[in-house]
Design a protein around this ligand. Structure first.
Ligand code: ADP
Ligand code: MG
Length: 366
């Protein structure tokens, strides 16, 4: 019987997993290098150690019945050391921590990605520059490993910009993918959970608005046709089955010419799924815990339209409970409010999306 859940990573995602798990009666041990981290504040115990500290990982292994993670950049050696209690597997991490492997798997599952080229050596960089001179379309170059919230991305508008990028990155050994920069109609995301028995559940699709490549708000239900909604559900299941998912997979999508193209994957609850805490029968965090503990999955029905707004470090005025009034304010317990740092979010519920968006307008300083 599972009594204690171990979480690698103690940020907001770990915290919200822990809160859901505690409601279900589980004990929580979290491993994170920052004392009193957001998850540490709500866990039974925190092991304060670096993520690549194998001894600390072994201590986590010994104190828990099952282990999960809140971020994909878990050291693979650590993941392998935890394998006996890690139902999500290190393979899922291997796929999602490298954009090259991730895109290959997405295509193997029969789904579309944006057109891309791999730049993994100096020879491939030279070839890319040569071909670009013949056909220069707007491109975004992303590091294969380690990027988030737009970090590690370089938008290339012309040959001169590409040459400058290539000079700066001469022989560095860093691997990149170069993607066509597409004019999408919308950004969407869909979250699927699956347990070891193969049971699957998909949450209603979110429509995501980014500012400076950081998620600003998620609108649910997404304002798309029934056909697109159905398509998203079936591609999420197809992908989950293909990678033999256990746990949660968030799929970021572009809607482009009435087609869904996969942007990237995350093997964990996702920022665009925070609306589920207040607007669905089961939250993505509870569902994640159910999936990794191999319990039956909960109902993912949407009980109300919702707009989720992120609170970044520069939005201090949104951390004021009095000002937010009846809306659902979630703060992550972070002490230092740096620019661009996710401090919390607000779920605004309403009869219609129009009503929710109007309420959001009233909250946000422009
Ligand atoms: P991450 O979220 O890991 O930083 P993403 O690949 O999701 O990286 O990129 C962040 C944002 O940049 C996306 O949500 C999207 O708004 C924009 N973007 C990424 N790739 C493309 C692309 N090929 N074409 C147009 N916009 C893109
Ligand atoms: Mg993204």
């Amino acid at each position: 019987m599972i009594q204690t859940i171990g979480i690698l990573g103690g940020g907001q995602l770990g915290r919200m997993m822990a809160l859901a798990a505690r409601e279900m009666g589980y004990n929580i041990v979290v491993l994170d290098p920052t004392p009193n981290c957001p998850c540490g504040q709500v866990a039974d115990k925190q092991i304060v150690a670096d993520f690549d500290d194998i001894e600390a990982a072994r201590e986590l292994l010994e104190s828990c019945d099952v282990i999960t993670y809140e971020f994909e950049n878990v050291n693979l050696k650590v993941a392998e050391a935890l394998a006996s209690k890690l139902p999500q597997t290190s393979r899922l991490l291997e796929v999602t921590q490298n954009r090259i492997i991730e895109k290959t798997e997405i295509n193997k599952a029969g789904l579309k990605t944006v057109h891309y080229k791999v730049i993994a050596s100096q020879a491939e960089m030279d070839l890319f520059v040569e071909n670009y001179q013949k056909n220069s379309v707007k491109t975004v170059i992303k590091t294969a490993i380690g990027g988030y919230d737009g970090k590690g991305q370089y938008v290339i508008n012309n040959v001169a910009e590409l040459k400058a990028f290539a000079t700066e990155n001469y022989n560095t050994g860093i691997e990149y993918v170069a993607e066509e920069f597409i004019k999408f109609e919308k950004e969407l995301s869909v979250i699927v959970c699956r347990n070891s028995n193969g049971e699957m559940a998909v949450f209603p699709m979110a429509e995501n608005i980014h500012r400076n490549q950081i998620l600003f708000e998620s609108i649910v239900p997404a304002r798309v046709s029934h056909y697109i909604e159905e398509k998203a559900i079936s591609l999420a299941k197809q992908l989950a089955q293909h990678i033999n998912l256990v746990g949660t997979l968030a799929i970021e999508l572009f809607l482009c010419n009435d087609e869904l193209v996969v942007n990237e994957l995350a093997p964990r609850p996702h920022n665009s799924g925070h609306y589920t805490i207040n607007a669905c029968t089961t939250s993505q965090f509870e569902q994640h815990i159910r999936a990794v503990c191999n319990l039956s999955l909960g109902d993912t029905k949407l009980s109300s339209p919702c707009v989720m707004v992120n609170i970044l470090g520069e939005d201090k005025y949104l951390m004021n409970r009095e000002k937010i009034g009846k809306h659902k304010l979630h703060l992550y317990g972070k002490t230092e409010a740096k620019n661009g740092r996710k401090m919390g979010h607000i779920n605004v519920l309403g009869e219609t999306i129009g009503e929710c968006l109007k309420e959001v307008e009233n909250l946000i300083l422009h």
